[in-house]
Design a protein around this ligand. Sequence first.
Ligand SMILES: NC(=O)c1ccc[n+]([C@@H]2O[C@H](COP(=O)([O-])OP(=O)(O)OC[C@H]3O[C@@H](n4cnc5c(N)ncnc54)[C@H](O)[C@@H]3O)[C@@H](O)[C@H]2O)c1
Length: 257
Amino acid sequence: MPDLKGKVAVITGGAKGIGLACAQKLSDEGAMIVIADIDVDEGKKRAAELTTESLVMHLDVRDSSSANELASAVLKDFGRVDILVNNAGMNIGARNTVDVTDEEFDRVMSINVRGTFTTTRAFLPAMIEQRGGSIINMSSIVGQRGVALVAAYSASKFAIVGMTQSLASELAAHDITVNSVHPGIVATDLHVKVVQEFTGLKGMSFDEGWESFRDVIPLGRFQTTDDIGDMVAFLASSKARNITGSAFNVDGGLMLA
Ligand SMILES: NC(=O)c1ccc[n+]([C@@H]2O[C@H](COP(=O)([O-])OP(=O)(O)OC[C@H]3O[C@@H](n4cnc5c(N)ncnc54)[C@H](O)[C@@H]3O)[C@@H](O)[C@H]2O)c1
């Protein structure tokens, strides 16, 4: 029997990219899926391809009332929530720090950090009452090691590690696990934009820039959205029942480079 049959999984930013792959992998394991995204139309197209029951709901993680409404709607429709993947995120791109505005810094923090916090807070009462759950926070390899030109984004992804560890300690008594996943380089819309800006700053062509990223990955290949979805499905499964407060790099060894 699939490991996650009967479980309900909410994936923020699940309409495309890494979040969509998480939704697909969790669905393959039998979970009912809630895609919660600012882009409901895209989410609906994708949800039709999932093998288990699914719902697409509007969520703007910048707004805590949106997260509260989502939690109420999920509990009304499904009666429970077992897995929360806090994946919605953005990157302002590769920029010299002197060119980053206050507004851009606040935007990246409000989506990547405050959004993870407020969405988690909205679902916690149900998980605590159920006495169990799995929360998986999407950080980044730059949430483990800072690199040039992404200071604000990197700060937001390091914040996820502290939040994950603190929540894991607080929630262990309720049998709720909390872990973070740290993708390396995945060819999604988000990352293509970063490479475009990076190559612009370095005076390279897009293809040269893309290859220069590949060259520094010890395993010599980019990560795929499925690579990240597989890790998330593992952390949500019963096989990971004794893992909490941990950070998992899925980066082809980029952390070592
Ligand atoms: N692509 C990479 O190389 C990479 C590397 C490390 C970490 N990550 C992280 O993985 C996560 C997913 O990134 P991706 O590459 O799939 O990005 P993406 O841009 O392809 O997808 C992001 C999704 O989040 C949704 N979203 C954006 N703002 C939102 C908001 N305010 N409320 C709700 N949903 C919102 C978008 O509509 C979209 O569906 C992000 O947290 C990102 O920081 C990505």
